[in-house]
Structure formats: C-alpha cells, structure tokens
Design a protein. Structure first.
Length: 92
C-alpha cells in the first residue's frame, strides 16, 4: 500500500553512480559485486542472504539501465553468475 510522503522523516535524491564512476575499466564484476559497490561496500563483503537479495533489487535495474555502457562475459562455471564490465572505446 502506498504511503504518504509525510510518513517519512527524510527524503533523499534517487542518484545512482554512472558505470564510469562505479567500475574499474580493467575489471569484470558479478551482479552481486555491483550490488555491493552501489552501496559503497567492498565487492567481497559478506552479507546475509536477505540483505543480498535487497541489494540485487537495486543492482539488476542498474545493470539493465546502463547496458549500453557495459560488456558481458560468460560465467566461469554453470552454477556461477556472468560478469559485467565497463565498455571501453575499443569495444564500442
């Protein structure tokens, strides 16, 4: 059920990092690592499963919204996620 804005003590701008601000050009990241980076956490930070699920709710749309600036690599194993990286000028 939607809630009135007046129910909240503070409202924040909905700003997200650009791919260039978030990712190193020479690295590839899983969506789980991107989710952590979007929250200013270390990409290897240990998280509870429920917390990770919530972070993925932010990361997946971010990846989709920034797809034209990203490259994708296949997972290294069938039970692992794929990898995303910043598209360089040579890859455009």
């Amino acid at each position: 059920m939607p809630r009135p804005k007046s129910d909240f003590e503070q409202l924040h701008p909905c700003d997200f990092y650009t791919p260039e601000e978030l990712l190193d050009a020479d690295r590839m990241y899983t969506v789980y690592e991107i989710a952590r980076l979007l929250q200013e956490l270390d990409p290897d930070a240990e998280l509870e499963a429920g917390t990770e699920d919530i972070l993925l709710d932010w990361a997946i749309p971010w990846v989709m919204n920034n797809a034209e600036d990203l490259v994708v690599a296949e997972p290294t194993a069938e039970d692992e996620p794929g990898y995303y990286g910043l598209k360089t000028d040579e890859e455009r």
